[in-house]
Write a protein that binds this ligand. Sequence first.
Ligand code: FES
Ligand code: FES
Length: 224
Amino acid sequence: MRQNSDCAVELPGDSPTANENGTGSSRRGFLARLAAVSAGLTVAPSLLRSAGASEEKISKSGPSGSDNSKGLTEISLKVNGHTEHLHVDTRVTLLDALRDRLALPGTKKGCDQGQCGACTVHLDGRRVLSCLTLAVMAQGKEVTTIEGLANGDQLHPVQAAFIECDGFQCGYCTPGQIMSAVACIAEGHTNSDDEIRQYMSGNLCRCGAYPNIVDAIKMAASKA
Ligand code: FES
Ligand code: FES
């Protein structure tokens, strides 16, 4: 069981005698003061992210939008061939910009820490983890998401191969797997099952569909 260190430490505010004026103070009050002090020193990335959830950090508007008053930065992103203008907090990830502002939920948020590969997209044809990429860093590059792979009604060969080979079960990891697989084939890392597994090792599948994913990649590579 995960240990919460907060639970193991007796906080000054837990004890009524800890208050200088003798009236006692609450644990909540202590934590509020601690947060106020900490905010001036350093903020962990995870706290930044959780703070972002409660603030309006991204807005979509035209180039003449008025969000500068909120400390937002105007950026342009070229996503799946379309140029989009956004006003974002500079801390916003490409993943959140795609999902929350550009209505492209195909790119999945798994760990949000660069460990699962569910958020894989392409930047100028190279696979990147969008949860570790700031939206501002994607400016001037071609962003491709799973929504941009198919050609109209015609699936990308890797998408078709995943269906043909049952390369998924719940499907949550699948967009990231497919984006990585497209890059893996383009990189030429499909010479053996082991090589495919090695170059797909950044994409985790909780359903354990790995054998079928390898089959799908081999099938698509053979037709490339
Ligand atoms: S959500 Fe980006 S690596 Fe897991
Ligand atoms: S198909 Fe379910 S996590 Fe991969």
